[in-house]
Design a binder for this molecule. Structure first.
Ligand SMILES: [Zn+2]
Length: 487
């Protein structure tokens, strides 16, 4: 069986809640306990299943992520380092490319690598570039050509062709000086590691694309210009928005090398997500404040989805959700996508070593510290684990139906239950209503709606946050959508 359910449904969680499950036509009614006596009064009583114990694993996806190779990732990172300086302002003339020096050579190699993977899967990847001239700015002294390189793994369901999930890393590097395009800037961790994750996801997912048949499209992106001001990702995200791409998720991997310094926790990878959407208008901010929706941006729902994937698959690393756009004094390419309204998160190792990023390669004899972003400080097994988590997330999202559209919560009457309605999703066979307490970080409860696109849950909308997600026949879940109140 391709799809296994490791469910603890029906088990008593001892949570203090009880519920009555009344299924009538398309209506699911759940009663949360208002008190022990009320629970006992109900004829059939069962605890609502907790989401955390309701894991789903697709054996093909589990098999695919096992193909991720730490050795292959090591080769990719060492190859990227061999170009010596991949600064966006490093040389990209034909002579430098031929000599294997600078960002032009790195770009050519990445493109050839995507093409090699495509050849291995019978041409399943479409390899493309997004090139443009960036005008002078804070960190760019003269007009410069910036090229993003990407590969597209096409949909298998024409009805879902325009649904896109995307993984990215930046292949440009820097040393202590953002204007230095010649001295060594190995960028093994920042961001050879993220570039390697995008490439490795392309390699393994293209290998099994025939078996998995993703209904949606997956884009494997590597961008330049990050260190000069997110230039590459800004251009790419704006192009996607302008061309009407329906990007459901962006996974930005930046500094996922698991630096081998003291204090590192290799069992987790941080996943940063914005709370209030960068694109929210004043009116939307007002509505979010009224609804208590400060922690329900599309990026936050994506982060929770990754937590679910982390529970369902043995990637070797667990996502540690950080409810914040990014680290202090730093930024990243996910922000470019957020600014166009796309759900985008950032993966970064638990503890960064600032001696091994944005530094000239050198040794300080006085304190014995070795500076520089060198491959010897990278934990290739850790990068492989992060790549597995990314690949499982991409595969899960691309296998799932489209998220339900027009999700509404009816608020015309003062009642203590909650009715939700939504439009049918392409590829869905059932739907799930999820909810959590307003002060809980992640979804706590889930209830399946076996038919129809309407559910009444006997939980007060005043006390919880709801979401609705679509599920296909094999159990793949879409991103949840938080309802809009409707009067
Ligand atoms: Zn970076």
């Amino acid at each position: 069986m391709a799809y296994q359910e490791n469910s603890a449904k029906g088990q008593s969680g001892g949570s203090g809640y009880c519920c009555t499950n009344l299924v009538a036509v398309a209506t699911v009614a759940l009663t949360l306990a208002l008190g022990p006596s009320l629970c006992r009064a109900q004829e059939t009583v069962q605890d609502p299943p907790r989401l955390a114990s309701d894991r789903h694993t697709d054996s093909h996806i589990a098999e695919t992520i096992r193909l991720v190779s730490a050795e292959h990732i090591r080769q990719t990172i060492e190859k990227l380092v061999s170009f010596q300086n991949r600064s966006t302002i490093s040389p990209q003339d034909q002579e430098s490319i031929k000599a294997g020096r600078g960002i032009g050579a790195a770009r050519q190699w990445i493109k050839a690598e995507f093409e090699r993977y495509s050849k291995d899967c019978g041409g399943c990847l479409e390899v493309k570039t997004d090139a443009f001239t960036e005008h002078p700015g804070d960190r760019i002294s003269k007009p410069i050509e910036i090229t993003n390189v990407y590969a597209v793994l096409r949909w298998s369901d024409p009805k879902q062709a325009d649904r896109i999930v995307l993984v990215t890393g930046h292949y440009d590097s820097r040393n202590s000086d953002t204007f230095d395009g010649t001295d060594s800037a190995p960028g093994a961790n920042d961001d050879g590691s993220g570039t390697a994750v995008s490439l490795e996801c392309a390699r393994v997912l293209s290998q099994t694309a025939g078996k998995l048949k993703f209904p949606a499209t997956i884009v494997f992106l590597t961008v330049a210009g990050e260190e000069q001001g997110l230039n590459g990702s800004k251009h790419f995200a704006a192009m996607a928005k302008q061309q009407g791409w329906k990007i459901e998720a962006v996974l930005n991997n930046d500094i996922v090398g698991g630096n081998l310094g003291p204090g590192q926790d290799a069992s987790v990878v941080r996943v940063f997500s914005e709370g209030l959407p960068a694109v929210a208008s004043d009116a939307e901010i007002k509505r979010i404040r009224m609804l208590g929706g400060e922690s329900d941006s599309n990026s936050r729902e994506l982060a929770r989805y990754i937590a679910d994937v982390g529970r369902s698959y043995n990637a070797g690393v667990k996502p540690l959700l950080i409810f914040r756009l990014d680290r202090f004094l730093r930024g990243g390419d996910h922000y470019s996508f957020n600014q166009q309204g796309f759900a985008a998160v950032r993966f970064t190792e638990f503890r960064e070593d600032y001696n091994h990023q944005h530094q000239n390669v050198r040794k300080d004899d006085a304190n014995g510290i070795e500076y520089g972003d060198l491959p010897k400080f990278v934990d290739f097994d850790f990068v492989a684990h992060v790549a597995r988590l990314n690949a499982a997330t991409l595969a899960s999202l691309a296998s799932a139906p489209a998220p339900p559209a027009s999700v509404k919560m009816l608020t015309m009457n003062l009642v203590n239950d909650t009715t939700l309605t939504w439009e049918p999703s392409v590829g869905a066979s059932t739907y799930e209503v999820v909810w959590r307490s307003t002060n809980a970080a992640d979804w706590e409860y889930v209830q399946t709606v076996t038919s129809g696109t309407r559910a009444t849950v006997q939980v007060s909308k005043d006390n919880v946050i709801f979401g609705v997600r679509a599920v296909d026949a094999a159990g793949h879940r879409s991103l949840p959508v938080v309802p809009e109140p409707e009067r």
